[in-house]
Design a binder for this molecule. Sequence first.
Ligand code: FE2
Ligand code: FE2
Length: 155
Amino acid sequence: MWDEARHIEIVAKAVEDELGGELGYGPWSLLWWWMQNDPDPLKRLTVTNSWAEANLMQTLREWRQEATARGYTRIAELSDYLQADERTHVMLGTDWIRELTMDDPEHLAELVSWGRNAIDKMNAFWADSGKPRDDPSEVQFTFLKAGQKETPAPA
Ligand SMILES: [Fe+2]
Ligand SMILES: [Fe+2]
């Protein structure tokens, strides 16, 4: 949480200083709010850490490359710092979900199902953005190992 608080602070400052932006220019939607308030913390980690932040690795890499190409050194460095932090968040989410569902395959299956449903809802929200979206049924959360069954075997 401290990382994320620092992220908004340093990103807002850099956008104000370097790009002429100001707070309120790009209001944050409430789209994530219902997810972040789910009482099961592993559901929050499923979507935020094990999907969105994993995708963020590529986005931050693109931001760093674009900023470098355009001479925005501070933005390029900022993207690099953010990427390093987000990588630890992905690993934390991955490790904790694996650890805490090790003996609970039903919970693991519920996380996958819940996470895919949440991604489907987000896709619907962003449907008119024109950007290609992940097919929820194809999403590979970072805590799933290659070839791992996503649903528990029938008892
Ligand atoms: Fe962040
Ligand atoms: Fe993060």
